[in-house]
Design a protein around this ligand. Structure first.
Ligand code: DC
Length: 227
């Protein structure tokens, strides 16, 4: 079975996908992490990101794998090196929409994404999962949340366990909000596989739901398909 979860940046896709994978015993596939890995690798090799051919070469040359160990979060590896932390920097955030808009980059990633679903039940999250990668997915979810709430969650996640004063938080939420909105604008307006809901996707607005409540709604959709 394939569960597709699409939606804008910070809508909670990764959290929900991880919980669904754990609850139902599915493999989680974070496709955003793959585009981030290509972006990080291109930056790391000092490739000019305006040079489409050179960026596509990177996407085709690198070997992306996921490693998961019981009780730990899934790690993403490029050519055997763990880059899970390196793909989450503001620099990668700022460049990933440009890199992921190149058709050649997308082609290389989609081949890998489809391979992942060959032998196992998966819950895949991204922007074009229900529309392009797995148009026949049994369950399609389009997850959204109020932009301010998405920015607030991102900042809270970044400072988990730390004490940060209100003014700093407020400033970071503002910066994060404009970066998220810019990324959504680019992702939704690109020519190939833009961020959009599949016509048959179930829409969930997570603004006023807890994680558990959203997980329950997705699990109910999966169980309804299994019955
Ligand atoms: O989900 P994320 O924020 O980690 O994704 C990072 C970027 O990757 C996102 O801004 C656009 C791109 N992406 C994409 O183009 N297609 C996907 N299926 C997933 C992500």
């Amino acid at each position: 079975m394939i569960v597709a979860i699409d939606g804008p940046a910070g809508s909670g896709k990764s959290t929900i996908a991880r919980e669904i994978a754990r609850k139902l015993g599915f493999q989680q596939l974070d496709t955003g992490a793959m585009y981030r890995a290509v972006t990080y690798s291109a930056l790391d090799r000092s490739v000019d990101l305006d040079d489409e051919e050179a960026v596509v070469d990177v996407a085709q040359a690198i070997h992306i794998t996921f490693a998961s160990h019981a009780g730990e979060s899934t790690r993403i590896m490029v050519d055997g090196h763990d880059v899970s932390a390196q793909i989450r920097t503001p620099e990668v955030d700022a460049c990933v929409s440009k890199v992921s808009a190149y058709p050649g980059v997308r082609e290389a990633m989609v081949v890998l994404q489809r391979k992942c679903a060959d032998a196992q039940d998966i819950v895949a999250e991204g922007r074009d999962i229900g529309t392009v990668v797995f148009p026949h997915a049994e369950v399609k979810i389009f997850l959204t949340a109020d932009p301010h709430e998405r920015a607030r969650r991102r900042v809270a996640q970044r400072h988990a366990g730390e004490h940060v004063d209100e003014a700093t938080l407020e400033r970071e939420v503002k910066q994060t909000l404009s970066a998220l909105e810019e990324r959504d604008r680019l992702d939704a307006s690109r020519a190939v596989a833009p961020l959009t809901a599949a016509p048959d996707a179930q829409h969930i607005d997570s603004t006023r739901f807890t994680i558990d409540e959203v997980v329950d709604q997705v699990a109910a959709a999966v169980n309804a398909r299994r019955a």
